[in-house]
Design a protein around this ligand. Structure first.
Ligand code: ZN
Ligand code: ZN
Length: 236
């Protein structure tokens, strides 16, 4: 069995979404078990970033404050390294960090405010993955959360907001689950796929909603091979 360290950044994360996030990671583990894949997520407590790392990014509509991708990668890599040095007898050289703000980079060669769904990089055999949950939040979800938090909203509106929230949370969770499975696929060498498959990368969120929460036959086969292969050398 191989493990992927899972952590999340607490900054900007609402409680409701945090609970939903944990349910989704549990669900991802259930699916990996049902598919008989030798990989699971292992929770490694949360990360809180200091305000000093915040950068301001001007967009046509507003100025948003967020953490640069480079800082996140450094933190996640360090967190993974600490875990690997414990040498607790199991295989773990990958980490997934979930964040609740858009991804942005200081790299001038990347379109500065381009928000990616996910980002993966490798350092000395350690794989670091970052996935922003922000694009998975619908406007209705954000509005319902705001209404429920506001002390100035009356009970009737809150009742409506709770109904909207429970529906929109299901959409959020499904989008996130597929995002996580997609990153798992990349982590084990899968490329994008044009079939009815979670590795079929979407141009829009509406398209993402049409993707299934599973790997097509050919991607699943590659995934199994890659997992088997990654075990072999360690048996020696
Ligand atoms: Zn992808
Ligand atoms: Zn596929």
């Amino acid at each position: 069995m191989e493990f992927i360290g899972f952590t999340y950044v607490t900054n900007f994360l609402e409680n409701t979404l945090k609970e939903a996030m944990f349910e989704v990671v549990d669900e991802a583990n259930r699916l990996l078990r049902d598919w008989d894949l030798g990989v699971r997520f292992l929770y490694l407590d949360s990360l809180t970033l200091e305000p000093g790392y915040l950068i301001s990014v001007k967009t046509p509509e507003e100025t948003v404050r967020l953490y640069p991708l480079e800082v996140l990668i450094d933190f996640l890599d360090y967190r993974l390294k600490v875990e690997m040095e414990k040498d607790n007898g199991f295989v773990m050289n990958k980490i997934l960090g979930l964040i609740s703000f858009p991804l942005a980079s200081r790299n001038p060669y990347l379109d500065f405010y381009e928000s990616f769904l996910g980002f993966e990089t490798e350092r000395l055999g350690r794989k670091i993955m970052v996935l922003s949950m922000k694009p998975f939040e619908s406007d209705a979800l954000k509005m319902a959360l705001r209404a429920l938090e506001s002390p100035h909203v009356d009970e009737d509106v809150k009742r409506l907001a709770r109904r909207v929230l429970s529906r929109e949370l299901e959409t959020f969770k499904m989008r996130l689950l597929k995002g996580i499975l997609h990153e798992v696929g990349h982590a084990f060498g899968l490329e994008h796929c044009s079939g009815y498959c979670v590795m079929n990368s979407p141009g829009t969120m509406a398209l993402w909603d049409t993707r299934p929460a599973f790997f097509c036959g050919s991607c699943m086969k590659k995934l199994r091979e890659s997992l088997t292969f990654s075990f072999e050398p360690r048996k020696l």
